[in-house]
Design a protein around this ligand. Structure first.
Ligand SMILES: [Zn+2]
Length: 497
């Protein structure tokens, strides 16, 4: 199967949010395999409008109205964009204090915009194939976090476990919630849903509000699909053959008795269970943990992964951004040429501007806010080049840098010539394994870039097989991957029963 990357929950100026839909789709096409753009459509149990709630109620209503007025053109634009390069899905979003926020996603270009009180009614009455995804689930019950008491896995087979809002896996997961919607709540985590015996697949999405689907660091979903087509990706979603990443595109395979992530197997089979997994990260691994019923049964510890003399695959990350000018886009042009080795792939980690909700009563589109033409220009065995744009970091703990990650084949003697905006250096893999370097564009408070140390395959890859010698029973097994740079992957369980 093919590993494909997408974002089926993000926003732009078609409702409250910023940036044109046209630019959003261009951004998606430049670095994703599939996407949806989810207009905010309704909030059936929106709070009463009082002096205190007027701002919240008004910007939501204005956004819903905007989508209603333009629905036909929005849906037509999404449909017209569906291609071999970028597979699109139709979608829109329902807020709900009672059920938690959901977005409905459909492979049908005739998904109608209808208004209902619950995700189940929405799915049933739209009369086309559709599913709903519950998102930012860990908010306080009643405050648009999930309501596990009313959860229906036949309506909502996928749960968004991480996004720009933070990570809702568990109380101790990285990326706690710090949006103005409030903190994470133990009662509404992914672990709580699993404890209750529900079956669902994990996905990540950006929930970006300035029209940059897949913006790096906000969350993405992976699917294992037969082909890169709408039908195959749809089938993968229905089968829960999905997982979530917070940032880097960590490759994960996970199966039990040969059945991939998302499978539901018989609890009566009393043969020993054979768990197989493979992880290929994008940075030095911190740890890989295999869980049975939320208890760790196996850990690969990153501190124990050392470069081996046999290694001939490497990852090199070049990160660009910083600077002191908040509004202006800074243009980066970079390239790497390789001697006595080759480039196997390049992963783009491009970011848009960071926006999660309107900051004033102005819900207009600011159409060009997402006119950010970051892209890979050339990838061949000997040379890779790219163009990307950055804005100032929001704060020292909230970076807006963009990166590229090169996967290389070679030896410690392989020579790399790295050129970023005219700053050129030639170094060997061996030198870059000892440490990276950084450089500034101007004397001080300036845009800058960083060439990270090179990591070798034994530092970023693990695989294994374990046997759980049990004799049947309702259990579930899942995997979590943590990299030393904070990027994580949360892999959907295989369920028994
Ligand atoms: Zn949303």
């Amino acid at each position: 199967m093919k590993l494909l990357w997408g974002d089926i929950h993000n926003h732009c100026g078609i409702t409250y949010g910023y940036g044109s839909l046209k630019n959003a789709l261009e951004r998606a096409k430049s670095h994703l395999d599939f996407c949806a753009v989810t207009g905010h459509a309704m909030w059936p149990d929106i709070p009463d409008r009082t002096e205190e709630t007027a701002f919240v109620v008004d910007f939501h209503q204005a956004g819903f109205e905007k989508l209603r007025a333009h629905w036909d053109e929005v849906a037509a634009q999404l449909a017209a964009c569906n291609s071999k390069e970028l597979v699109t899905f139709q979608a829109y979003e329902m807020h709900s204090s009672e059920y938690g926020d959901h977005h409905i996603v459909s492979p049908s270009d005739s998904l109608p915009l209808i208004y209902r009180d619950s995700p189940a009614q929405l799915k049933e009455d739209c009369k086309v194939p559709a599913l709903t995804v519950c998102h930012h689930i860990a908010y306080t019950p009643g405050y648009r976090g999930i309501n596990w008491d009313k959860f229906d896995e036949t309506v909502t087979p996928l749960i968004e476990v991480c996004s720009k809002h933070g990570c809702g896996m568990s109380e101790t997961a990285p990326y706690p919630y710090y949006h103005n919607m409030g903190p994470r709540d133990s009662r509404n985590t992914v672990y709580e849903g699993l404890r209750r015996g529900y079956h669902f697949g994990f996905v990540g999405s950006t929930d970006h509000h300035a029209g940059f689907p897949g913006s790096y660091g906000d969350g993405k979903m992976a699917v294992w699909a037969e082909e890169k087509t709408r039908e195959s990706i749809w089938q993968a979603m229905l089968a829960r053959r999905t997982y979530a990443v917070t940032g880097d595109r960590i490759e994960c395979e996970f199966s039990v008795n040969g059945a991939p992530m998302g499978s539901i197997l018989s609890p009566d089979d009393d043969a020993p269970r054979r768990i197989e997994y493979r992880v290929k990260g994008c940075y030095k691994l911190d740890k890989v943990v295999i869980f049975k019923n939320l208890r760790p049964i196996h850990i690969d510890e990153g501190l124990m992964l050392f470069p081996s003399p046999d290694d001939n695959h490497y990852k090199l990350r070049i990160e660009m951004g910083w600077g002191n000018n908040k509004a202006d886009l800074f243009r980066w042009l970079g390239n790497v040429t390789v001697e006595n080795g080759s480039i196997l792939s390049v992963e783009p980690c491009f970011r848009g501007r960071s926006v999660l909700a309107p900051s004033s009563t102005n819900t207009d589109g600011f159409d060009d806010v997402n006119d950010i033409d970051s892209k890979l220009l050339e990838v061949s065995a000997q040379r890779a080049s790219w163009q990307c744009f950055s804005v100032k970091n929001v704060s020292p703990l909230h970076p807006l840098t963009s990166s590229v990650i090169l996967e290389l084949e070679g030896s410690p003697e392989t020579q790399l010539t790295i050129d970023v905006n005219g700053h050129r250096q030639t170094l060997t893999v061996k030198q870059l394994m000892e440490g990276g370097y950084s450089a500034h564009m101007k004397p001080y408070h300036s845009q800058a870039f960083k060439v990270h140390p090179i990591f070798t395959e034994t530092e970023y890859s693990v695989s294994g097989t374990l046997t759980d010698d049990t004799h049947g029973g309702k259990d579930f097994y899942h995997m979590e991957v943590y990299q030393a740079n904070g990027s994580c992957a949360f892999v959907t369980p295989v369920y028994f029963g």
